[in-house]
Design a binder for this molecule. Structure first.
Ligand SMILES: C[S@@+](CC[C@H](N)C(=O)[O-])C[C@H]1O[C@@H](n2cnc3c(N)ncnc32)[C@H](O)[C@@H]1O
Ligand code: SF4
Length: 306
């Protein structure tokens, strides 16, 4: 009997920019356990059978027709899928949808480091065009504090490897990750994160993305439990914007033609910001300074979300 519905294991995890993409459940959950995050809390990690994923692609074609242009393979770190399997489902996706322009996934930096240059190149050639990496911070102490299981050096190596394979990088950081009342930690988070971005800046003018989300505290997470025990305190909006200001001030690319699209306009952010780094650094700084002195323009707590 033919399947009539695409399988999903809710809640699914995808970037906001994939809202209009066809979502295909290649994996469920995540193999890591970061203190602020929920995918691994909600479901046990699995990589689904290739046949099941292929059936879902066929069902999607019957539902949406052959014109699908973007596919995002769910969930929290689908890049961890064994390369041959990822290649098979990516190739099948392009055969099924002749107008497909890109396949993308979430990836932990270590998922990239575990693949060889050749494997990444094969994935890129098969059509895996974009990977969303959660850097969260460039400050090793803070990465350790939130159990990210990665270092700044790992992020640098993974980004360079990805770019070399011609897979577009989209990296996210978390504003306020270290908590309030700790200006020294906040400053280190900002400066080391900027330095990380400076180090991965490519020599050419390819497009790459850097975004800042602002820390949310979802129930059930380790950070939520820490806050309940007064072991963690959230930053206020001034601290958040000061941290972002220090990050931007410390951006200094060796390549002044770089095309790094910077965004801090996610639903978790208090102040929506967009610009190109480091060309538009001054206008980004002006927006932040305006937000620091005009609290009435900031998104209210009620409207924030992940
Ligand atoms: C679903 S995760 C997938 C990223 C990928 N697994 C990785 O770790 O590299 C997407 C991103 O959302 C952001 N995020 C997750 N939980 C968050 C929270 N509680 N507050 C703010 N941002 C959060 C982090 O930047 C995270 O990397
Ligand atoms: S941030 Fe990424 S690696 Fe960490 S738990 Fe969430 S999805 Fe997994």
């Amino acid at each position: 009997m033919q399947k009539h519905e695409i399988y999903y294991c809710p809640p699914v995890f995808r970037p906001p920019s994939e809202a209009h993409s066809l979502l295909i459940q290649l994996t469920e959950g995540c193999t890591y356990k970061c203190d602020f995050c929920i995918p691994y809390l909600k479901k046990d990690f699995i990589v689904r059978d290739t046949d099941e994923v292929i059936k879902d692609l066929d069902v999607a074609k019957r539902i949406y027709g052959p014109g699908v242009k973007r596919i995002f393979f769910l969930d929290g770190n689908a890049m961890v899928t064994p390369t041959e399997k990822l290649l098979d489902v990516t190739r099948y996706a392009y055969e099924t949808f002749p107008k497909l322009e890109r396949v993308s996934v979430y990836a932990h930096s270590k998922d990239i480091l575990k693949k060889s240059e050749k494997q990444l190149k094969n994935l890129s050639e098969a059509g895996l065009k974009l990977a969303y990496l959660g850097f969260e911070s460039g400050y090793n102490e803070l990465l350790k504090m939130v159990n990210k299981q990665v270092t700044k050096e790992n992020h640098i190596e993974a980004s360079k490897k990805l770019m070399k394979a011609n897979i577009t990088l989209s990296a996210t950081f978390i504003n306020g990750l270290g908590g309030g009342n700790n200006p020294e930690l906040s400053e280190k988070h900002a400066i080391e994160s900027a330095e990380l971005i400076n180090k991965i800046c490519p020599d050419d003018d390819r497009i790459w993305y850097v975004a800042f989300l602002t820390l949310m505290i979802p129930p059930g997470t380790v950070i939520f439990k820490k806050r309940s025990k007064d072991l963690f305190q959230e930053m206020n909006t001034t601290e958040i914007l000061e941290e972002l200001k220090i990050f931007i001030q410390n951006i200094d690319f060796h390549n002044k033609n770089a095309n790094c699209i910077f965004r801090s306009n996610h639903a978790s952010n208090y102040l929506p910001i967009k610009g190109i780094l480091d060309k538009e650094k001054e206008s980004i700084l002006s927006t932040i300074k305006y937000g620091l002195t005009h609290s009435e323009i900031l998104r209210s707590e009620f409207y924030r979300g992940l």
